[in-house]
Design a protein around this ligand. Structure first.
Ligand SMILES: Cc1cc2nc3c(=O)[nH]c(=O)nc-3n(C[C@H](O)[C@H](O)[C@H](O)COP(=O)(O)O)c2cc1C
Length: 364
């Protein structure tokens, strides 16, 4: 399947409109599910948030927004899959075109705006696969026109905890006006208090469900101080660093496409996202783990995330440019690094460069 994809499907997908290519990929995964790759080397296994991951490489949110193909993605070799962002009610998102490739930069800009089939449809799909195993995180958001944003998150936690390995509270999409204001101290404190409270209420029936907070890479360091402080005091189980950026690095080559509004991901995001990851790591002081995401397009880039403080990594845009072989490349790089260090555990890598990364000049 991976070879088929690389030789036949990928050149075709690259020639299509990006959103049509994405829809076709989901269709292919749905109707021609891949054969499972070989089981992972046991040195890739890792326990994070109380969950046992077969390997630490995850599919980031946004690819399978409606939980149509989580099992196909697990069979491709991901150690976990984050579906969503799911909103309570179905919504169409922004008008097309709203997804753009920056081919010369290995970047993507999207302003999808939480296009979602809504909670009811997605819950039905997830309930139908319950018992199949595999780590499925569920990324939740608020409807654009909701009168009660925090209430949306609370209800989503209550509804999805029973079918989720973990739930991600996404307050960092740049494409829903005002959403990222939920990262401001008073609003975030209220949100996390109510979300964690909701999780506690459903624990008896749903079992323990870790709650993670996904943040923007565009926070200032003093905002990050607040966010980490609040996440710690509200006993959040972890953070994902981070979402797409509204910044445009000055050295982007595809400057015409770079002018599109939306969140930038892929290779141009790597320096900022990795810096914010390290900055978060030194502030969290080991109280909870971090997932590193943003710009991973090689084994070396993934290793840099672990060294900057990630216990797990996720990717999306790198797959567009490097294809599915990237998953195996990252796992091979991890095993090679562990062998070089004569270490049996990924945890030994985590954060080893964080202090050094935070001492570098701020990325452009
Ligand atoms: C097309 C697209 C859609 C996305 N949708 C979501 C989403 O719904 N929720 C979310 O939390 N992140 C979303 N993301 C952000 C990714 O999960 C990830 O944080 C970001 O793309 C950085 O990783 P990458 O450089 O490996 O792509 C989306 C990214 C892309 C490219």
């Amino acid at each position: 399947m991976i070879r088929f994809f690389e030789q036949l499907a990928r050149p075709l997908l690259g020639a299509l409109d990006p959103e049509d290519a994405h829809a076709l990929t989901i269709k292919m995964l749905k109707h021609a599910p891949p054969l499972a790759v070989a089981p992972d080397d046991r040195r890739l296994a890792t326990r994070v948030f109380g969950l046992n991951f077969p390997n630490p490489v995850g599919m980031a949110a946004g690819f399978d927004k409606n939980a149509e193909v989580p099992d196909a993605l697990l069979r491709l070799g991901f150690g976990f899959v984050e579906v969503g962002t799911i909103t309570p009610l179905p919504q169409a998102g922004n008008p097309r075109p709203r997804l753009f490739r920056l081919n010369a930069d290995g970047g993507v800009i999207n302003r999808l705006g939480f296009n979602s089939q809504g909670a009811q449809m997605v819950l039905r799909r997830l309930a139908a696969r319950a018992g199949r195993g595999g780590i499925i995180g569920i990324n939740v958001g608020a409807n654009k026109d909701t009168p009660d944003r925090v209430g949306d998150y609370v209800r989503m936690i209550e509804r999805f905890a029973p079918v989720a390995s973990y739930v991600t509270v996404n307050v960092s999409s740049p494409n829903t006006p005002g959403l990222r204001n939920l990262q401001q101290a008073a609003a975030l404190d209220d949100l996390l208090a109510r979300v964690i409270d909701a999780r506690e209420r459903v624990t008896q029936t749903a079992g323990p469900t870790p709650v993670l907070l996904k943040i923007a890479p565009d926070l200032s360091l003093s905002e990050l101080d607040d966010v980490v402080g609040i996440a710690r005091s509200r006993r959040t189980d972890g953070m994902i660093v981070g979402n797409t950026t509204v910044a445009r690095p000055p050295d982007l080559r595809d400057s015409a496409t770079a002018a599109q509004a939306g969140g930038l991901s892929g290779r141009p995001l790597m320096p900022l996202a990795t810096r914010m990851l390290a900055e978060a790591y030194v502030r969290v002081e080991g109280v909870f783990p971090l997932i590193g995401v943003g710009g991973i397009d090689s084994g070396a880039a993934a290793l840099a995330k672990f060294r900057a403080g990630a216990s797990l990594v996720q990717l999306y845009s790198g797959l567009v440019f490097r294809g599915l072989g990237l998953i195996g490349e990252i796992k091979a790089a991890l095993i090679a690094e562990l062998s070089r260090r004569r270490s049996e555990k990924i945890a030994a890598l985590v954060g080893s460069d964080a202090a050094a990364v935070t001492a570098e000049p701020w990325p452009k």
